[in-house]
Design a protein around this ligand. Structure first.
Ligand code: ADP
Ligand code: MG
Length: 133
């Protein structure tokens, strides 16, 4: 499935719609260049999960966890190389059905991951973003 969004708000709304469908236990990879809309999309997911705290990019802290109707763990894998890095930041504590894990830059993780990950790609065009599920 492919969607084109024209601005940040539309990407947020798409994330929100996607977030409504999540049951817990999903691990989602967001793939796309800087500015492609990965974080905007995640903010929409957070809204769908009734998360009240403001979601900000986890670039500097690598991982952030938020409480809502499900827990949301938001990871930036830009500087990570593989599963051992994810383990070091404590991902194993969050592999459960009460948590949704979103990994920006999941394509930077080179080794095979011990769980299924559902990737969503974000492509930048001049004035829009093409988001593919
Ligand atoms: P990423 O996390 O992929 O680096 P962000 O969501 O942080 O991306 O930022 C996306 C940037 O691109 C924002 O500055 C936003 O205003 C701009 N933008 C332009 N068009 C879109 C769109 N269709 N969807 C999302 N962001 C867009
Ligand atoms: Mg981002």
């Amino acid at each position: 499935m492919q969607y084109t969004t024209k601005n940040e708000k539309e990407t947020y709304s798409l994330g929100k719609e996607f977030g409504e469908s999540l049951k817990g236990g999903e691990i989602i990879g967001l793939i796309g260049d800087l500015g492609a809309g990965k974080t905007s999309f995640t903010k929409g997911v957070a809204n769908a999960l009734s998360i009240k705290n403001t979601v900000t990019s986890p670039t500097f802290v690598i991982m952030k966890a938020y409480e809502g109707r499900k827990k949301l763990v938001h990871i930036d894998a830009y500087r990570l190389t593989g599963y051992s890095d994810l383990r070091s930041i404590g991902i194993e504590d969050y592999l459960n059905n009460n948590t949704i894990i979103i990994i920006e830059w999941a394509d930077r993780l080179k080794d095979e991951l011990p769980f299924a990950i559902r990737n969503i790609t974000f492509e930048i065009t001049d004035d829009s973003r093409i988001i593919s599920f």
